[in-house]
Design a protein around this ligand. Structure first.
Ligand code: NM2
Length: 536
């Protein structure tokens, strides 16, 4: 076992932080919950607006970069072909960044908005229905995918252009933080990210497992209990541990391809054999609502909710801010992963590919699966809301699928897909966690290291699921992910600084299309370089 290559302070630090948070939660669940809930209310209440602003800034920043000179930079040699074809690239990207949660929320999110709509609208009114079909797409749309993409820029840049064999968030901050990343500051950045990801993954597990359990229960007649849930967790862990162990090209790529084909089959089936016209019309309609109200949705903070004469819905905190925070804790991981698979593409291709394919995938899921559920409700063929309020969301999701033709077969497909979606997020998460605790990654991280994080990723949520407190860990991770807002800013700055320097150093940069403002900066850098050349 080679251990010299392991970055022990980060490895042990992340593990200790996790155990240090888990043990008190197990010993004092109530006090722990109260503390974390307070911290969460404080954060989303007072700083929610920061998340919203961050989302918008990141979105516009990426569009700017995509069309600037920095977007032309190729990740790898000039004549290099992309390492993965676009289909597999998009499949891996989607399968890694999106877990089983999409099957959960795409099917049922509208039902929450329908009963608790935004902008103080009447629950279950016609307006509420309209917004309920658009908000899901918004929360899984371009801003969300922009949050996912940003960290990929500096990481891919340093890995493939400057050829530093390090896959770490801290390393990507080097141009701004300098040598500080080699010390405790660097360790803290990496540990915070790992903590966020482990907690964010806990949220995914907490949503996915009961839904898969309901699916298996519907198929086999076994009641949903802790035994079944444990079995599911062990099954999923085995699948993703094998996949992570086999590596990127064998395990992760193959599982992602299967995932995409199965997802396309499910979507195609529901679209063609479900209410095709309703799905098409409602999806088109909701895209219109979204485009028309993009800024309204992206900035809605419910500022008057605190006054007694208005009723506070807490919609922004519960939904938009929570979602941005959840995407954010996953973002460095997705960034690392997207960077790793994007060799041979340009920065612009990487940005536009992630934002467009990512959003498109989510629109398909929400448009088809969500509107199928809504159709059942509105046409009166199945009372989704009534069933949900009695039996909870996971059972309702499975019952919605159960209304399709070939019901049992489709529940089977849906359940298998949920398991694979979970596995494809977790194999890449453990792959990346293991990469971050290594000083160097040439090719792939060490195998035992990959397996270690695969089990850590599953074991902790499992313990908390038994003993209670999984919800608290989720909230803790979202709160703990708060400093990532600053790290996002550092990452953007680092990328611009390093890539602009390199563009200036390269020959013929002036011929490239450079935005007028950048021209001035480039001019300054060029003069600086000339000066330093003279001094040499
Ligand atoms: N996001 C996309 O469970 C999952 O789907 C993982 C969740 C951040 C809402 C990611």
């Amino acid at each position: 076992m080679r251990t010299r290559i392991i970055d022990w302070p980060t490895f042990i630090g992340a593990f200790l932080l996790l155990v240090g948070v888990t043990i008190p939660l197990v010993l004092f669940p109530d006090a722990g919950k109260e503390f974390v809930d307070k911290a969460n209310a404080l954060m989303t209440g007072n700083f929610g607006v920061l998340y919203l602003v961050m989302g918008l800034i990141v979105f516009f920043f990426l569009i700017y970069v995509a069309f600037s000179a920095n977007g032309h930079v190729k990740l790898g040699a000039e004549d290099e072909k992309p390492e993965f074809n676009t289909f597999s690239w998009a499949a891996m990207l989607f399968a890694a960044g999106i877990g089983s949660s999409i099957l959960y929320w795409a099917v049922i999110e509208w039902a929450y908005y329908y009963q608790g709509p935004p902008f103080g609208l009447e629950p279950e009114s016609k307006e509420a229905i309209q917004w309920s079909t658009a908000y899901g797409i918004f929360h899984w749309g371009p801003i969300a995918w922009a949050i996912y993409t940003l960290p990929a820029l500096p990481i891919a840049y340093f890995y493939y252009v400057r050829k530093k064999p390090v896959l770490k968030i801290s390393e990507a901050c080097r141009p701004v933080l300098g040598r500080a990343v080699d010390g405790p500051i660097g360790n803290i950045i990496d540990i915070l990210f790992m903590f966020g990801l482990l907690g964010g993954a806990g949220t995914t597990l907490a949503l996915g497992t009961p839904m898969i359990a309901e699916g298996i229960s519907e198929l086999t007649g076994i009641g949903v209990n802790l035994g079944l849930q444990t079995f599911i967790l062990i099954l999923c862990t085995t699948i993703f541990a094998i996949s992570a162990y086999s590596g990127l090209k064998k395990g992760i790529k193959i599982l992602s391809d299967i995932n995409l084909w199965l997802a396309l089959f499910l979507l195609g089936f529901v679209f063609l054999l479900g209410p095709t016209r309703f799905i098409t019309e409602t999806t088109t309609n909701s895209l219109g609502i979204l485009l028309d109200n993009f800024f309204k949705m992206a900035t809605w903070t419910e500022p008057f909710g605190n006054f007694a004469q208005f009723e506070e819905t807490e919609f922004p905190e519960t939904w938009t801010v929570f979602y941005w925070a959840w995407w954010l804790v996953y973002a460095p991981f997705v960034g690392l992963f997207v960077a790793r698979i994007s060799r041979g593409r340009t920065i612009r291709q990487m940005i536009l590919g992630t934002m467009i394919y990512g959003t498109l995938g989510c629109v398909l899921f929400f448009g088809i699966m969500g509107n199928f559920g809504l159709y059942l409700q509105l046409s009166g063929s199945y009372d989704v809301i009534g069933f949900m309020n009695e039996n909870g969301a996971p059972a309702t999701i499975i019952q919605i699928i159960n209304q399709l033709p070939l019901a049992k077969f489709m529940v089977l497909i849906f359940t298998v897909l949920a398991i694979i979606f979970l596995a494809t997020t977790f194999d890449s998460s453990s792959y990346i966690l293991s990469a971050v605790v290594q000083k160097e990654v040439e090719g792939e991280p060490l195998r035992w290291n990959r397996l270690f994080w695969a089990f850590a990723l599953c074991l902790l949520p499992l313990v908390l699921m038994f003993l209670g407190g999984l919800g608290t860990l989720q909230t803790a991770s979202i709160v703990g992910g708060f400093p990532l807002i600053i790290i996002m800013f550092l990452l953007a700055w680092s990328f611009m600084k390093a890539s602009t320097q390199d563009i200036v150093a390269s020959e013929g940069y002036e011929e490239k299309t450079i935005h007028i403002n950048r021209k001035r900066i480039l001019e300054k850098l060029r003069r600086k370089k000339q000066d330093s050349d003279k001094n040499d």
